[in-house]
Design a protein around this ligand. Structure first.
Ligand code: PMV
Length: 328
């Protein structure tokens, strides 16, 4: 086959990945745990041509060059090397959620690209191999290969062979609700790659972040397996606030939040005081994701939408892993 299309969902980390021990291979200092987000989907189509030429990269309907295209080309180089092929490619990537809104789309993009590009190149990989490959495009993409609740294992090997994601539980294990609050429609100013590198070298809190991460991973893993929203949510909030504390304490500081981000955090705490089961988490940007019980999702979304500065809310729940689009 020389052409294939695949889809993958974004994911939200409950125990965050923040810091690379190897920049080129996207190897993390710690493990991380996430939920695959149903409905926040990226489609990738890859066609390998006969001639060796520049790859053509189309994102959201327009041809891109510069950094975005270079990232995709470098990723395709890994696939070409695996397949022993040396040909140009045409790539089309489109997400059904607002990419410019700063909701991480690199996870769903590189997970979908891993599945589409390997099939287009005629190589069939296991899910473990696909996760390792997706990781090369973007660390968090390793987790979007799987559906449901997913843990990316840190690994020890210098070549990254043992750093890939595994499914902790399928989506139906625990039907949670997720509400994403969009508080800023612009692109994020400091990307996660830069933010991690800066935190690593300029924050006094980076070593304690590493020292305390394992305990969060264990609490969140057990919380998921035992379907314990309070244990999982509290540990996820704590882990998120620690990640941001690392970034805030860097010199110069990294402040990802805006006024509405903080207002949503306060509203979530207030909703808990009113008896709702809701917990927030925030990645390297101003948007807030709220993890909640599924029956309360609509009421919580309405409360969050009413917070001044919130432009929009997106509703999600645990979704399926990356897969080929049949017949494409
Ligand atoms: O995979 P990247 O480079 O987009 O980094 C993701 C970093 C966070 O979203 C902040 C945390 C995470 O684990 O997803």
């Amino acid at each position: 086959m020389t052409e294939a299309a695949a889809i993958a969902n974004a994911n939200v980390a409950l125990a965050k990945y923040w810091g690379k021990r190897d920049e080129a291979l996207n190897l993390p200092y710690t493990g991380s745990i996430s939920i695959n987000l149903a409905g926040l989907t990226t489609t990738a189509r890859v066609r390998f041509t006969d001639k060796r030429g520049e790859d053509r990269v189309i994102m959201s309907g327009r041809q891109v060059d510069g950094l975005e295209a270079t990232r995709v080309r470098k990723f395709l180089d890994v696939v070409r090397q695996l397949a022993g092929r040396n040909c140009g490619a045409e790539v089309e990537v489109a997400s059904n959620f607002p990419v410019a809104a700063g909701l991480a789309s690199s996870a769903s993009t590189f997970a979908a690209l891993a599945v589409a590009a390997t099939h287009a190149a005629g190589i069939i990989l296991s899910e473990q191999e696909l996760s390792r490959l997706a990781r090369r495009g973007s660390g968090s993409a390793a987790r979007s290969i799987h559906g449901g609740y997913v843990e990316w294992l840190r690994g020890e090997a210098a070549d990254g062979s043992d750093s890939y994601a595994v499914q902790l539980a399928p989506p139906e294990h625990w039907p949670l609700g997720i509400v994403a609050a969009i508080t800023d429609r612009g692109r994020k100013r400091v990307g996660s790659r830069e933010g991690m590198a800066h935190s690593l070298t300029h924050s006094p809190f980076f070593p304690p972040w590493l020292e305390t991460h394992q305990a969060d991973l264990e609490t969140i893993r057990q919380g998921i397996l035992g379907r314990d929203l309070r244990a999982t949510g509290s540990a996820a909030e704590h882990n998120c606030l620690k990640m941001h504390a690392v970034a805030l304490a860097a010199s110069p500081p990294l402040l990802y939040w805006n006024a509405a981000t903080l207002a949503v955090m306060h509203r979530v705490i207030q909703l808990r005081e009113e008896g709702m089961d809701a917990y927030f988490t925030i990645d390297a940007g101003p948007q807030v994701k709220v993890i909640c019980s599924l029956p309360q999702r609509e009421a919580i979304a309405a409360a969050i939408q009413a917070v001044p500065g919130v432009h929009d809310v997106l509703l999600s729940e645990p979704g399926a892993g990356a897969r080929l689009v049949e017949g494409a």
